[in-house]
Design a protein around this ligand. Sequence first.
Ligand code: FES
Length: 129
Amino acid sequence: MDRRDFLGKALAYLPALSIVALAFPFYYFLSFLYGKKRIEIPLNKIDKGIVFFKDYGIFILKTSKGYEVFDAHCTHMGCIVNYNNEKKLFECPCHGSVFNLKGERLKGPAKKPLNRLTFKLVNNNLIIG
Ligand code: FES
């Protein structure tokens, strides 16, 4: 390959390389914005027991001791887990992982517990993020 061929091929790939080079910073910027999402739920919308908030992909457990908030996405591959009220367990419909009410993994293939989300209680609202 002579110098002219090399430069021709390099210029041919330049647009694709530019797109890849710009895509990564854009992706991280969007991830940053998504990660800062704030969720505010009035406490009067949270019944005792487990409540699933589909729009946010979270479960809120309300007990006499307070609240727990879990990300409803399974830690295996991200499917939304279901709550089995009879067994008092979170069950993943995709590959069968099971979690207890503390979010602890009881059965795989997930290796990690459900993600607990931190929150604040402010002016009769539960605020996440
Ligand atoms: S995504 Fe839940 S077990 Fe695979």
